[in-house]
Design a protein around this ligand. Structure first.
Ligand code: FAD
Length: 626
């Protein structure tokens, strides 16, 4: 009989970023006793790092904006592989989610007439990103935290206990979703500080653990992004959707080496920053793909006029979707026209007065001053692609956020797949977190309320989870988890990175298989009290599983689309438009298998939002016929 401490809740939310907190608020407001559990300190989720803003068609900066235009932009950005129902709900509900944040105390930047200000971003037809300088994620998390505290105070007034209906377990890591037969019954977790194990029992679990960037060497992502939620779902029996689509943000810092990968927000370009190569040329004009030609300026003069008069000019190509810009930078560097440290130049200094730069981009100003000793008001930044976001994720029902095939499991935020298709537009993540975080919380609470009995947690499963978590302490420490992590990051960067080739991905799968064998021998010294080596040894299971999903799906998709570029299959193929790739754990749980699935046809009224000439570029022959 296991002696691990157990607590009973209705809904457990794993992750306290934007998606997790929004889900928790909703679940608690719907009457569910809700626990939130997060690996980092409460308030220090990855969402805090979000800079540019939240995309929502509020039409504050351009009256022509509406949800239909936002839907169109999102589908174009994702190259029509998006789960279209998610893209529809997202575009329709994002404005309400932003206004709601205001009622909870968020302070957005304002227009001159006092409305929420909205800024330009790549791939968005109109200025659409509600923002707080370049610190939007911080304000989002601060507001949601404040809302949680307000709900806890309400509960205290009624029950005398702040945590009676909503409790946060911070600095605790979940290592397993527990099940009774096919249904979810709770989670197994450990406290990072003490190493103590505990169980939160609940009929509904919302996974909101964010992304996977720490499997790559150069990344904008924070330490938490080890793909835990993706792996937890996979291990619980849920499939992962389209994991080949990994976004390489075009502008990460490239120098000095210690800060390589740190993000340079897209708002730098949205606010007028331009990209130049070593010859001083604004090279993006040479990289506008056919599908976007009609929408982007042909000359620098037209592009520059667009900032003042967007209704009569086309946008500059620096504001193409991220995948296009990242590939263009990669090509310039490869052609020998890069900056001294292997990137290109991003310049605001000749485009805006110093005071405007400091006011609109305060974090960027400080980031470069302090980390690279570069004054961005006086000289150009050096930037290059960095692994930033994963579009693939847990396959969910578009309306309810329920994970496929595992009753009681829900997912929202970056860990969920489908919403962004093959490439996410900037600003569409924060809105995604709010829209689908709310939906996940709502449906998890309804599911928990409808559960006739609480699925039991079985002692045998706890024993297995404990044994798995303690394994790195047993025997000789034959393999060092830090070495394994380093080798994994190098392999993913070199072999499954921004430009992919069949032979290299096959090599990556071989490397991953070797690393998995070695990771089973990863060992640590010392004890369970705050032991980062042990934590990493446990995270390795997740990073390796998720990396295998990325490599397998990338090898299978023989075309280039969005965040998946194949040198050996350089074009986007219409026949792949309606193909989803689903990764599942193999029956013997030793690896990952892959299935193909045809997507649901896009609803005719949504297709009618596009010109036929545009659809011809994306849709397969039979889809057009229908
Ligand atoms: P997160 O905010 O990362 O939260 C994940 C939570 O899960 C954390 O609390 C973590 O501790 C917890 N967790 C993880 N694993 C476990 C585990 N095993 N057990 C317990 N807890 C766990 N998007 C935009 O739309 N606009 C922007 O301007 C923007 N700017 C960005 C700037 C930067 C520098 C970066 C890196 C990203 C940016 N993004 C932006 C993307 C966006 O920030 C993320 O996609 C989004 O914040 C993800 O939110 P989330 O709620 O899904 O996950």
């Amino acid at each position: 009989m296991s002696v691990v401490e157990r607590q009973e809740w209705d809904v457990v939310v794993v992750g306290a970023g934007g998606a997790g907190l929004r889900a928790a608020v909703e679940a608690r407001e719907r009457g569910a006793r809700t626990a939130v559990i997060c690996k980092s300190l409460f308030g220090k989720a990855h969402t805090v790092m979000a800079e540019g803003g939240i995309a929502a068609a509020m039409a504050n900066a351009n009256e022509h904006d509406n949800w239909q235009v936002h839907f169109r932009d999102t589908m174009r950005g994702g190259k029509f592989l998006n789960q279209w129902r998610m893209a529809e709900l997202h575009a329709q509900e994002a404005p309400d989610r932003v206004w709601e944040l205001e009622t909870w105390g968020a302070l957005f930047d304002r227009t001159k007439d006092g409305r929420i200000s909205q800024r330009n971003f790549g791939g968005h037809e109109y200025p659409r990103l509600a923002h707080v300088g370049d610190r939007t994620g911080l304000e989002l998390i601060r507001t949601l935290q404040q809302k949680i505290v307000a709900l806890q105070q309400e509960d205290f007034r009624e029950t005398g206990d702040y945590e009676s209906r909503l409790k946060v377990f911070q600095e605790c890591t979940v290592t397993r979703v527990l099940k009774d037969g096919p249904r979810v019954s709770g989670v197994f977790a450990y406290e990072r500080e003490s190493g103590r194990f505990f169980v939160l029992e609940a009929p509904a679990v919302v996974v909101a653990t964010g992304g996977i960037g720490k499997s790559f060497k150069v990344t904008s992502n924070s330490w938490e992004y080890t793909g835990d939620g993706h792996a937890l779902a996979l291990l619980a029996g849920a499939p992962l959707l389209n994991m080949e689509f990994v976004q390489f943000h075009p502008t990460g810092m490239v120098w000095p080496p210690s800060v390589k990968g740190i993000l340079v927000t897209e708002s730098v370009r949205g606010d007028g920053g331009v990209l130049r190569n070593s010859e001083g040329k604004r090279f993006m004009f040479d990289y506008v793909p056919d599908v976007f030609k009609e929408k982007y300026a042909e000359s620098e003069e037209e592009g520059d006029r667009w900032y003042e008069d967007p209704d009569h000019n086309r946008r500059p190509p620096e504001l193409l979707p991220r995948d296009e810009v990242a590939r263009a930078i990669n090509a310039e560097v490869k052609a020998g026209r890069g900056s001294p440290h292997g990137g290109v130049f991003l310049d605001v200094s000749t485009r805006m007065p110093a005071e405007t730069i400091k006011r609109r981009l305060p974090s960027m100003y400080h980031q470069f001053k302090e980390l690279a000793d570069v004054d961005i008001t006086a000289e150009a930044m050096e930037v290059g692609p960095t692994c930033h976001y994963v579009m693939g994720g847990i396959a969910v029902d578009s309306d309810t956020a329920a994970a496929r095939g595992v009753p009681g499991l829900f997912a929202a935020g970056e860990v969920a797949g489908g919403m962004h298709g093959s490439n996410r537009l900037g600003g569409n993540s924060l809105s995604d977190l709010l829209v689908f975080g709310r939906r996940a919380g709502l449906h998890a609470a309804q599911y928990a309320a409808g559960a006739d009995v609480r699925p039991p947690v079985h002692d045998a499963d706890l024993a297995v989870a404990e044994e798995e978590a303690l394994r790195p302490f047993s025997g000789d420490p034959a393999e060092n988890p830090y070495t394994l992590h380093h080798e994994l990051q190098q392999a993913m960067n070199d072999l499954v990175g921004i430009i992919r080739r069949q032979g290299e991905m096959e090599q990556a799968l071989e490397r991953l298989a070797e690393l998995r064998v070695r990771a089973a021998r990863a060992g640590v010294e010392g004890h369970r009290q705050f032991n980062p080596g042990w934590h990493l040894a446990l995270d390795l299971r997740n990073m390796l599983l998720v990396s295998e999903c990325v490599a397998r799906a990338a090898l299978e998709r023989t075309e280039s689309r969005g965040g998946h570029t194949r040198e050996d299959h350089p074009t986007m193929e219409r026949t792949w438009r309606n193909v989803n790739l689903l990764c599942r754990l193999t029956d013997d749980a030793t690896g990952v298998g892959l299935d193909r699935e045809t997507t649901d046809p896009i609803r005719p009224d949504l297709l009618a939002l596009f010109e036929k000439e545009e659809l011809v570029k994306y849709l397969a022959e039979e889809e057009l016929y229908e």
